[in-house]
Design a protein around this ligand. Structure first.
Ligand code: FNR
Length: 181
């Protein structure tokens, strides 16, 4: 069986820790499970006037989300919330009214920040949004990661100290998706 999961990363930064985390996660998925990162950097700023004629990048995003069996959000924390670029992408794919691409997709939320609380506030804000969009979202284990020496191996995998913890999250998310299939 082939299961495809969309991965949305809330940072556009070239050397983003969250991109590295997303990259490492893709290697932790079980056989037959594919984690596909979706682009959000080419989306225009959301404008409700465009709902009747969504641009090509918006249509592509919506098609990718619709085709996925679930969505993993990997996000930094900006000023104790989610980055605007992530909210922009979420708003786009939730519209037009009645055509919410996120609805029903089992979601997972995780993130890494340089701050000690490891994106906890951003994740709580995101959970609020996902609840409204009708996404059943994995509650436990929570994944608050701090970017420090050794979080990633030189080969891009999660470092030894956190690897089992992150793998445990991946396993719980996979079980969550199966439960909602
Ligand atoms: C931050 N950063 C940050 N960190 C944090 O733990 N809590 C916060 O509220 C904020 N706020 C914040 C606002 C803005 C505008 C920026 C640019 C940064 C720091 C943040 O954790 C750090 O830049 C990470 O490296 C961002 O994630 P990526 O881009 O590495 O994935």
């Amino acid at each position: 069986s082939n299961v495809s999961i969309a991965v949305v990363v809330g940072s556009l930064r070239k050397d983003s820790f969250n991109w590295q985390l997303a990259e490492a996660l893709t290697k932790m998925a079980p056989p037959g499970w594919q984690l596909k990162r979706v682009r959000i950097d080419d989306l225009p700023l959301y404008d409700q006037d465009d709902d009747a004629q969504q641009s090509e990048p918006v249509q592509r995003l919506k098609a990718e989300i619709s085709a996925a069996s679930g969505v993993i959000f990997v996000t930094p924390e900006y000023n104790r919330s989610i980055p605007g670029v992530l909210k922009n992408a979420i708003d786009h794919a939730s519209r037009p009214y009645g055509k919410n691409a996120w609805a029903g997709k089992p979601a997972g939320v995780l993130g890494v920040s340089v701050g000690a609380i490891g994106t906890a506030m951003a994740q709580q804000h995101l959970r609020n949004v996902l609840a409204y969009l009708n996404m059943p979202t994995l509650g436990q284990p929570e994944m608050f990661l701090q970017a420090k020496e050794g979080l990633f191996d030189p080969d891009g995998q999660i470092g030894q100290a956190s690897r089992a913890f992150v793998q445990g999250w991946m396993d719980a998310y996979v079980a969550w998706v199966k439960r909602h299939a």
